[in-house]
Design a protein around this ligand. Sequence first.
Ligand SMILES: *Cc1c(COP(=O)(O)O)cnc(C)c1O
Length: 428
Amino acid sequence: MSRCEELFAEARRYIPGGVNSPVRAFRSVGCAPVFATRGEGAYIWDADGRKYADYIGSWGPLILGHAYAPVTEAVCAAARGGASFGLPTEREVEMARLIAELVEGVELVRMVSSGTEAVLSALRVARGFTGRELIVKFEGCYHGHSDGMLVKAGSGLATAGRPDSAGVTAKTAAETISCRYNDVGEMKEIFAAHKGEIAAVIVEPVGANMGVVPPAPGFLESLRELTTAQGALLIFDEVITGFRLSLNCASGYFGVTPDLWTFGKIIGGGLPVGAYGGRRDVMSVVAPLGPVYQAGTLSGNPVAMAAGLAALKTLRGAPHIYKELAAKGERLRRGLAEIFKKCDIPACVQGIESLATIFFTEGPVRSYDDAKKSDTARYARYWKSMEKRGVLLAPSQFEALFISAAHSGEDIEYFLSCAEEAARGGEL
Ligand SMILES: *Cc1c(COP(=O)(O)O)cnc(C)c1O
């Protein structure tokens, strides 16, 4: 047994499924999880001493790579000065100002401790502000694990959703309607069927939790028009896209301004953080200003703020990082598409900037229905061939691949050479 297998066996004695978040169990690829011991730049080491080029990147936060020195130093310094006070600190002011300066349209912002919490708070704000109850989400978009977001499509168009997890009540699920991603026609039908009832539409401006599915031209613009026309709010869940697509987030990147944003991942620099914010009039319903209650013992935590500030200030001070990330992403996507084409393997490589997914199906993948056509057994074989060559990818077809500033041009070329070897060698 490898050390990773031993640890996994021990973990299963005390932790449900041996992991603290289900995707870490590596079920889709059918092997023991990689137990990480250390990370540096683009690389991580596991409990068996194996080194990997890491493209999981902690699922999004690590745009600067592992143990980025300015972040690590900020964390240590903050911890030495007291890890938590439950009182306001200057770093929270700095963080809020920085987000408001970088994201056009964010006027007030509240820190929380996870993306899940950011989303459930933003939805409460939307309901409190509009006095309406229904929320519309898109199939294949993930917004954390709050009850109202663990909902799948109902039996027919424009009908209430059904629970997508045991423990979510039918009543709660009925307050969320699920729409196909990139389907403006279905969105219009939902609005027509629920006039004056929809509090908000929440969307990942780039779908990144069903594999990467960029918005079709005009999709986000249509959502903006429809919500405005119907008096509903538009929420961009930028937990992944925020400060990853650009310094001005997806809203700045696409030039579409929602009413509310949710953030997480990158703004915590690797520590547990989330935030929600937006228009001043909307956010003014939040307590103690207004009647919508939301609170948190560790919200705006000094150590987490220090980490997030160090990361965001690095990005602001070096905007060329985004150009380089885009070039690396482009090179990787183009290279992979050529390899699979040459080898006659049905695959569709999608992505944007530093995000990518290889769907093992003929593309394009525009929605979760399309994504589900992927050959997941082939993805598992691909994952294993990359893993044994020291390239660590998300252990599931329906996830993004994250490139960080720490990945070099050589890392990308090595990735491509591994994929080519695997594809040519008949491993896939
Ligand atoms: C990761 C993620 C969340 C949930 O964030 P957590 O910090 O894991 O609770 C919400 N929305 C999107 C788009 C995400 O990718």
